[in-house]
Design a protein around this ligand. Structure first.
Ligand code: ADP
Ligand code: VHF
Length: 372
């Protein structure tokens, strides 16, 4: 079972591996040292074979439950934060001990959404990863759940892993879960067909991906894994979705699970950030002509094609561009303050005073997007 995508995953020199809570915990909900060691064995082997490895590990909340005497994953944010606070420490300790068996040093990186939403923070995080890798450590990443509020949470580590994969310039992303592949429907709910290769959108059209995991410990279910796999692969990074139990094979011969071919061209860090990570401060609605110009012909957005404006933003902020049905079609850096725009919308450049005769969003600052 070999394909160009699987070859690329085998040969990748810098990989991001994401493991879900359900793959690190026992049936009772505590951390399972045997499963964690088995994961680390495979990661250490890949390191020994010459790849740099970044691990995105969930499991903080799950690992905090038993020490706190909480029977199941809490729903309220404060208890989740407390469980993550206790659990992240246990998790980091377990990884340090387990990688220590191979004399490998781990570095903990806890990220909040702000760390990728703001461009300066994004670059800061990039520098941190680059130094950690240069120093030969294995960065172990999680969301900083203890301080993340409902509004600013990434919410799911699958998306975080896709963002981190781009941020560190990875050439392979491995999403490990409790299911051995993507199926065309939830295999827990009856017969479903395994999908081995995804080379384009048509391969996943009609796939029913559940939003709830089996264990009740993680978040997002298969839907968030599929979205993350499509996000990374559309940005030029091949992805393997496989069972954590199959990790030795996933990382050595990549002949298990579902392989997602890198479809899109690799975006620059800035354009990827703009399209997928930046927080948007406002929204501009575009008429059909403007949508065609910015999305299909890659032109700048001019005031004549804008029909409405919403939000409090300043020139230089990131905004979303929507079509008339309300779907986000692009994101870009706006060149006007929100208060200036209402007087300009719908008007052609030659009707405007000279100082306002410029693109509202320049083509170089604009990234068409698809929502996954
Ligand atoms: N189309 C599908 N293909 C495969 N698994 C699916 C699908 N839809 C739902 N699932 C379920 O998603 C679960 C994995 O999600 P989850 O438990 O959140 O993983 P993790 O904790 O590893 O992040 C699987 O156990 C599987 O039952
Ligand atoms: N950051 C959270 C996990 C969030 C998450 O996405 O979990 P999972 O679906 O198990 O990957 C934690 O460490 O508990």
């Amino acid at each position: 079972m070999t394909s160009p995508t699987r070859e690329a995953l085998i040969g990748a020199s810098r990989i991001v591996v994401k493991v879900g809570s359900s793959s690190l915990t026992t049936a009772e909900g505590g951390l399972d040292p045997a499963r964690l060691d088995a994961l680390v064995d495979a990661l250490a082997a890949r390191r020994a074979a010459g790849s740099q490895v970044v691990l995105v590990s969930s499991g903080a909340i799950a690992a905090g439950l038993a020490p706190l005497g909480i029977p199941r994953r809490p729903r309220d944010l404060a208890t989740q934060q407390a469980a993550a606070s206790v659990g992240q420490l246990a998790l980091a300790h377990a990884y340090a001990a387990s990688f220590g068996r191979y004399a490998l040093t781990v570095g903990q990186v806890l990220l909040t959404a702000d760390d990728v939403v703001r461009r300066s923070h994004y670059r800061n995080a990039q520098r941190t990863f680059s130094k950690l890798l240069a120093l030969d450590t294995v960065p172990v990443v999680n969301e900083n759940d203890t301080v993340a509020t409902e509004e600013i949470r990434f919410g799911d580590n699958d998306r975080l892993a896709a963002l981190v994969a781009h941020l560190v310039g990875a050439d392979g992303l491995f999403l490990l879960s409790d299911v051995d592949a993507l199926y065309d429907g939830d295999p827990r709910r009856g017969a479903a067909n395994k999908i081995e290769e995804v080379t384009g959108d048509s391969d996943v059209d009609g796939v029913k991906a559940g939003t709830q995991g089996a264990s009740g410990l993680g978040t997002g279910g298969m839907a968030s894994k599929l979205a993350a796999a499509r996000l990374a692969s559309s940005a030029g990074i091949p992805v393997l979705l496989a069972a954590a139990a199959d990790v030795p094979r996933a990382l050595t011969c990549a002949d298990v699970g579902t392989a997602f071919a890198a479809t899109g061209t690799r975006l620059s860090a800035r354009r990827f950030w703009l399209g997928h990570a930046a927080g948007a401060a406002g929204r501009l609605w575009l008429d059909d002509g403007a949508v065609a110009a910015v999305v299909h012909r890659r032109r700048s957005l001019l005031s004549a094609g804008i029909t409405a404006v919403d939000g409090e933003f300043d020139a230089g902020d990131v905004v979303e561009l929507l079509n008339l049905s309300g779907a986000v079609v692009a994101r870009g850096v706006v060149a006007f303050d929100a208060v200036e725009l209402p007087a300009l919308i719908g008007r052609s450049s030659h009707e405007l005073p000279a100082e306002q005769r410029r693109e509202v969003v320049h083509a170089d600052d604009l990234v068409p997007i698809r929502t996954f």
